[in-house]
Design a protein. Structure first.
Lengths: 293, 281
């Protein structure tokens, strides 16, 4: 066996008696630095690194709190103080109702925005003339800052839920339309043409385009709902009746920094959960994108 | 997606018209196609007939208008001058009687192999049982029996192209149009597919127009080769594959040793060289 390496015994000899031969030594690839180029990660290590990032973030925050001079520390509370404050809000201040209200506003208005934006975007993507007619207008609307409509909406609809949700709608609808139009236009042209040569009519062509763009559309929605949170807070701060934003606005009056930061943290957690839900929905709705074998 | 520019889907119109007695399956009649307000002349006054139950290959240097001609036949574009007729009727849009296989993979990612094959049949209003049966037949024909329930993402490039071919054949088109169908495949898969196409053509007895840039492939598949010049696109030569004496080679290597093949290949290389001389590709 040893002379196999030293004397150069023909390898065919070894191949014919695989049982006699010890297995080839395990190859040790060179150690990779942390900033490995084109590396691949196991699922587990990906999660470990992600969690580590979160822990580092909170650690930096915690350190920042303790290096702040004693008399100013109440402007930058420690992580545990903020978490305790959130727990207190839920336990004593019926914070769950505010969270529920905010969630309802964001999901309901985003749902309505999507309900119109998705068909409109796909429609414009399918038909040149419709696109030429509508796209410049909806595209232009993106440059009208939604926040600047807040006073106007307040005058029109008063401090109602509707005013807040209208602001949310304005904030994401036109961007959503533009993104979905792009997703639709990115559909491979041959996919539609092959449909046409199979006898697809206008209706089926729209169907093909929608099915082909659907994964990208869901991705656009996932990215857009993150932006919707911004408008939610703007709406609830300007008309501070209820909701997470209102709780924060009231806290600001009494310099309750821990409540304000608790509100921000809550929104962050809800945002991440929303993002995860969208990713799960994508896996469930588009199983064909992942190779099983 | 400018395919909708012409408004009303014309597929229905072509189907409705009765074929003219004795007219060829396809006829290009003084076809000119220009782009960019006439600054690019893809095809310049091209006329020819496609004969029934023949394989017609169109070859020529890159950019000579092969794809353009095939798209005109499919009804995906319209000529600037002249017309393309099918059994005597001008082509007024795409339709299932002219099946097309593209170079790009076009099987629908959200459908399994079987559903992809059944898609066109569903559009034609076939009952479920019959769709199943037809799909089964064409799955066998392209040797994908074991992959009926796989999604395109799970298939190799060659398999995806088999799905496209099966799906197109299943709609039972009078004409089969192939635009560099194996252009994205590697050499070994390509000749496997070429032999499969020959096998299918023999069994299904189709009229086929195939575009290719591969001289060997053109000679292997074709009963007749139309060679285009570039810019403006015109027919340089129209060559029947007489050396085949009406038969087709089931194995490619049988053809490669045929003196007639060697001759034809030399001629086509000479033409290609003439065309590309002095031009940088
Ligand atoms: N939609 C288009 N717009 C402008 N020019 C085009 C278009 N389609 C094709 N052409 C031009 O027409 C010529 C022929 O193209 P094509 O038929 O694709 O060539 P081939 O398939 O033989 O390589 C080329 O010069 C190409 O650039
Ligand atoms: Mg081409």
């Amino acid at each position: 066996m040893a002379q196999g390496q030293a004397g150069g015994t023909p390898p065919s000899d070894a191949a014919s008696h695989p049982g006699d031969e010890a297995p080839a030594p395990v190859f040790k690839p060179p150690r990779q630095p942390f900033l490995e180029v084109l590396g691949a990660l196991t699922q587990r290590r990906t999660v470990v690194l992600g969690v580590a990032g979160v822990i580092i973030f909170f650690a930096v925050w915690e350190v920042a709190h303790y290096v702040t001079p004693e008399e100013k520390q109440r402007f930058l509370p420690a992580v545990e103080q903020v978490v305790a404050e959130i727990a207190y809000l839920f336990a004593e201040k019926n914070f769950i109702a505010d969270v529920g209200t905010s969630l309802y506003r964001i999901y309901a208005s985003f749902f309505v925005a999507s309900l119109i934006a998705v068909p409109l975007g796909v429609f414009m993507g399918c038909f040149v003339k419709a696109r030429a007619l509508i796209s410049p207008t909806t595209g232009g609307w993106r440059y009208l800052p939604a926040a600047s409509f807040a006073p106007l909406l307040l005058v029109w609809f008063g401090p109602t839920d509707f005013a807040k949700m209208a602001l949310l709608f304005l904030g994401c609808f036109f961007f959503l339309v533009a993104l979905i139009l792009d997703n639709t236009l990115a559909v491979q042209r041959e996919l539609i043409e092959s449909g046409l040569t199979m006898g697809a009519k206008r209706r089926q062509v729209v169907g093909i385009t929608f099915r082909a763009a659907a994964p990208a559309i869901l991705d656009s929605m996932r990215n857009m709902i993150a932006v919707a949170w911004t408008y939610l807070v703007i709406a609830e701060i300007i008309v501070a009746t209820d909701g997470i934003g209102a709780v924060m606005m009231r806290a600001a009056r009494f310099l309750h920094v821990d409540i304000m930061m608790g509100g921000i943290l809550t929104i962050g957690v809800l945002g991440v959960l929303t993002d995860i839900s969208f990713r799960i929905a994508s896996r469930v709705l588009f199983p064909y994108l992942r190779v099983r074998r | 997606m400018a395919v909708f520019g012409r408004g009303r889907t014309a597929a229905a119109q072509t189907g409705a018209n009765a074929p003219v007695e004795g007219a060829p399956p396809l006829r290009a009649n003084r076809v000119t196609k220009s782009y960019l307000k006439g600054s690019v002349i893809a095809l310049d006054d091209v006329s020819f007939d496609v004969h029934a139950n023949q394989v017609t290959a169109m070859i020529g240097p890159s950019g000579c208008g092969k794809t353009t001609m095939l798209r005109l036949m499919a009804g995906l574009e319209y000529p600037s001058r002249g017309d393309v007729t099918m059994f005597g009727q001008p082509i007024m849009g795409p339709g299932p009687e002219r099946g097309m296989v593209f170079q790009a993979y076009t099987s629908f990612p959200w459908l399994t192999t079987r559903s992809n094959i059944e898609y066109g049949l569903k559009l034609q209003g076939l009952a479920k049982a019959e769709r199943r049966e037809r799909a089964e037949h064409f799955l066998d024909l392209v040797h994908l029996e074991g992959f009926a329930n796989a999604y395109p993402a799970e298939l190799s490039g060659g398999m995806k192209q088999r799905v496209s071919i099966a799906r197109t054949l299943a709609q039972n088109p009078a004409l089969l149009l192939l635009d560099e169908p194996f252009g994205a495949l590697d050499a070994q898969v390509t000749w496997e597919m070429e032999e499969m196409i020959i096998e299918i053509i023999e069994r299904e007895n189709k009229t086929v127009v195939v575009v290719t840039h591969d001289i060997q492939e053109a000679i292997y598949l074709a009963d007749r080769i139309i060679f285009y010049t570039r810019q403006p696109g015109r027919i340089k030569a129209d060559l029947p594959m007489e050396f085949k004496e009406g038969r087709r080679f089931h194995k490619k290597e049988e053809m490669l040793v045929h003196p007639g093949y060697v001759d034809m290949e030399r001629r086509l290389y000479a033409m290609m060289r003439e065309e590309i001389r002095g031009r940088v590709s």
